[in-house]
Design a binder for this molecule. Structure first.
Ligand SMILES: [Zn+2]
Ligand SMILES: [Zn+2]
Length: 102
């Protein structure tokens, strides 16, 4: 497991790994900012993929175009199961965003 450097240096003995934003170094702030910006790009792209996937499934008459929440967009799994990062339904195993988008 990856232990953030800040987690070890900022441990208050109560198991807390939170660090006040004001205490972050310029390098740490820059690292967080870059992470945010890269994830934001992926999130935007994922939204597009998800939108297209929904349209495709609606066209194939698998879902109604207006359905808010619906089964997996990667397979015929009808409902999310489990609490892990991936659906535990037999034959699915796809991630949460395949089930409910972003
Ligand atoms: Zn599933
Ligand atoms: Zn699936």
């Amino acid at each position: 497991m990856l232990v953030p450097f800040a987690a070890t240096s900022a441990n208050d003995g109560k198991g807390s790994i939170m660090k006040n934003t004001a205490e972050l170094t310029r390098e740490q702030k820059r690292a967080f900012a870059r992470n945010r910006s890269e994830l934001y790009e992926i999130e935007q792209r994922l939204r597009e993929v998800y939108q297209t996937a929904r349209e495709r499934l609606a066209e194939a008459e698998w879902i109604a175009p207006t359905t808010e929440r619906f089964p997996c967009i990667e397979c015929a799994c009808e409902d999310w199961e489990g609490s892990a990062n991936r659906c535990e339904t037999d034959g699915c195993g796809h991630p949460g965003f395949a089930h409910w988008g972003v």
